[in-house]
Design a protein around this ligand. Structure first.
Ligand SMILES: [Fe+2]
Ligand SMILES: [Fe+2]
Length: 187
């Protein structure tokens, strides 16, 4: 696989690992409301800053426009749908935050679940269809150019910040393990 596709797929993998953590929300809420809120807010930050800023921005500002230039049918079809999904995701994150602000954790978790499911579907379509078109639409040099533009964007947004966001998932994972690993599990 070329580094362009590899970078996109690896970002998806990281986003998927955050979805896995989001699915622990119900269990956390049952154990500790305040800790649950704290973790949900940190996950929201991850989804907003990593999934939306670092990842969706690559698709929206670099990959998708180049794909549309190669095949105008995509612009009104598959790519349009992907962009609409991104907009929906932003609305869903806002809605989750509103419920958290109201301390309505049950509805915040319901929204987070809807968001997670939609994100899983979206990533599956990109992995199986959209990213597969890269090698069909572009020649070797164009694919390399996309890769360098992705790296430029990461540099512009901050590589350290990107690494810190990935690391934050490890911290969240550890905390979820600590919070949920009580004797209740054995009894
Ligand atoms: Fe996307
Ligand atoms: Fe994506």
């Amino acid at each position: 696989m070329d580094p362009t596709q590899e970078l996109l797929f690896s970002e998806h993998e990281i986003v998927l690992s955050a979805v896995t953590l989001a699915e622990k929300g119900e269990k956390l809420l049952a154990r500790d409301e305040a800790a649950c809120e704290n973790i949900l807010r940190r996950l929201l930050t991850f989804f907003r800053d990593y999934a939306d800023l670092y990842h969706h921005k690559k698709e929206e500002e670099i990959l998708f426009p180049e794909m549309n230039r190669k095949n105008a049918l995509l612009e009104e079809g598959a790519i349009k749908e992907m962009l609409e999904n991104h907009d929906d995701f932003r609305d869903m994150l806002k809605s989750i935050e509103r419920f958290l602000d109201k301390k309505d954790f049950t509805r915040a978790l319901q929204q987070l679940h809807i968001y997670s499911e939609a994100l899983l579907d979206h990533i599956a379509v990109e992995n199986d269809e959209i990213f597969q078109m890269i090698t069909v639409l572009f020649d070797e040099k164009e694919i390399k150019d996309l890769y360098f533009r992705f790296l430029d964007l990461d540099r512009e947004l901050g590589e350290d910040k990107k690494a810190a966001l990935v690391k934050s998932l490890d911290q969240i994972r550890q905390e979820i393990i600590r919070l949920t690993a009580t004797e209740c599990d054995h009894g």
